[in-house]
Write a protein that binds this ligand. Structure first.
Ligand code: ATP
Length: 242
């Protein structure tokens, strides 16, 4: 579904992504993990058209999409929940959700999708007419994801869904990701922490200093050893004599 080949991107002289290859297949839930500054957000910004790659190509369902504007990509079925959630805090939960489905022409189906989203995120049903800014961090994260789903994306990308959330709340957010994936949604999720991802991931990429240090299925990486080594860059450090 998503094919990233040799993509580099950066900010002025800083190269934040160095020849990254990454694939997401239909129905998968793929995690990209890596330490602070590894390039994870840059990767999502580049896929979603907020940044242009300096080299390499990105294809979505066989069509080259690198260089297209974010709104075009949105219409092609790519949705991004950015880091920090970006909900409209002064609007109600209902109004935030309606904004999610605004670009859709299939109004009847959009209404049905709203019902199913409220099933997956029951907390949003109970806060439906409340102001979004009064929701807790975890509830705001769920609202941001729910709003993105109402765009009916083929691929949903989420930047650090667990950021700033308490462990129990992360469990709830991850459970909703599982349910969405079980219903057929393809997901690309970026996380700083490797905790919890093995249970949920189809495949995992470790990004370090802008390059892919490791890629494998959750089964391949189940014992966590290789994952830790790539995450902390032990091999690279040894080679550099650290
Ligand atoms: P984090 O977990 O902290 O969000 P990340 O893996 O998402 O980290 P990025 O935000 O993609 O990493 O940053 C990759 C590199 O690009 C870092 O060195 C960072 O300092 C730099 N960077 C990110 N955003 C900008 C920007 N707007 N201008 C200049 N440099 C930036």
């Amino acid at each position: 579904m998503l094919e990233i080949s040799g993509v580099s991107a950066g900010y002025g002289r800083l190269t934040a992504l160095k020849s990254v290859d990454l694939q997401v297949r239909k129905g998968e839930i793929v995690f990209v993990v890596g330490p602070n500054g590894a390039g994870k957000s840059t990767l999502l910004k580049t896929i979603s058209g907020l940044m242009a790659p300096s080299s390499g190509s990105i294809a979505f369902n066989g069509e080259k999409i690198s260089g297209l504007a974010p709104e075009k990509l949105c219409r092609k079925g790519l949705a991004l929940v950015p880091e920090g959630r970006s909900i409209f805090r002064t609007l109600t939960v209902q109004e935030n959700l309606l904004l999610g489905s605004m670009i859709r022409k299939d109004k009847a189906e959009a209404a049905a999708d709203l019902d199913s989203v409220l099933d997956i995120f029951p907390i949003l049903k109970s806060r439906y007419r409340g102001v979004a800014g009064h929701l807790s961090g975890g509830e705001q994260q769920q609202l941001a994801i729910a709003r993105a789903i109402l765009q009916r994306p083929a691929l949903l990308m989420i930047d650090e869904p667990s950021l700033g959330l308490a462990p129990l709340v992360i469990d709830q957010v991850y459970e909703s990701l599982r349910q969405l994936n079980n219903r057929g949604l393809t997901l690309l999720v970026v996380e700083q922490s490797t905790a919890r991802i093995l249970d949920l991931a189809s495949r995992i990429y470790v990004l370090r200093n802008g390059h892919v240090a490791l890629e494998g299925t959750a089964g391949d990486l189940a014992d966590g050893h290789a994952l830790e080594e790539a995450y902390f860059g032990y091999g690279e450090r040894q080679a550099a004599g650290e």
